[in-house]
Design a protein around this ligand. Sequence first.
Ligand code: NDP
Length: 316
Amino acid sequence: MAEEIERIKCLIIGSGPAGYTAAIYAARANMEPVLYQGMQPGGQLTTTNEVENFPGYPEGISGPEMMVELEAQAKRFDADIRNGWVTKVDFSGDVHKVWVDETKEIHTDTVIIATGASAKYLGLESEQHYLKIGGGVSACAVCDGFFYRGQETVIVGAGDSACEEAHYLSKLCKKVTMLVRRDEFRASKIMEERVKSTENIEILFNTDTVEVLGDEHGVTGARVKNNKTGEERDIPCTGFFVAIGHKPNTDVFKPYIDMDETGYIKNVPGSSKTNVAGVFVSGDAADKNYRQAITAAGTGCMAALDAERYLAAKGH
Ligand code: NDP
């Protein structure tokens, strides 16, 4: 039997830096926010080792630790942090309806979407192994490139992200090998030219990854195969970067919220407003460009302030 419907003022969906920052601001503004953490409490940062570029942590902090701290900060102001996964929404009325884990129904005046995006990976067992143990697989050069300075890295992908990240790595690493699965790039010409003209980037076309190689300490190389000739070879590297795209976690909002063709939510420029009054967006769910913890936190703050103003205008 369905539980009783819960009526609240502010629901935050997602528990990355955007969601927790929104919770801190909303709780301090007496909006009594309820935050659902989703499948991966703490979000993408929980798969990062060390965060060294978030202002305020001069010695750096591990991704999981930072998320525990953000959660504690939100709880300090009595934000109601819960486990749960939003399975359905109905944004057709003035009061927004949200279902959690199929059963629980919540009616809320405002919704802050902070569901983030997920990096795509190749799906190889060896890749997932070293990703899990934090041993040299990463989907974010800006986050993790620094740990491989002076070393050799491999990056998979041929879009703008892969080119941008390869170029970023080339400034830190001795050598970057780029694995492109077709015989051409997908990236814009200018990005393609930039990697092609960088001396320490080697581009291997028609090349697939067979396996990520390593030992108990981490990655030591990548076994690759030319998909035209069938020839296999091992490339030594300590960092294996995957830049084959991200998928925003926005499917559940599709019938109601305007998105671009890849699922990123469209916000009203300069604000966190979506096309639905009372529904706001923050973090990577609306950002395919910057994708940083600090920008996500910034837009989480914006969403809470926008939600607060919306509630005030409604007389709450
Ligand atoms: P894209 O979808 O544009 O590119 C993904 C790349 O990964 C493609 O080259 C694709 O190959 C490759 N790929 C996908 N799956 C695999 C696989 N299993 N094995 C090997 N290679 C694979 O994603 P991006 O993240 O690069 O870009 C997303 C959007 O963001 C784009 O619109 C881009 O223009 C934009 N962007 C803009 C930037 C800028 O302007 N500064 C920076 C970053 C992103 P294939 O080509 O064969 O399909």
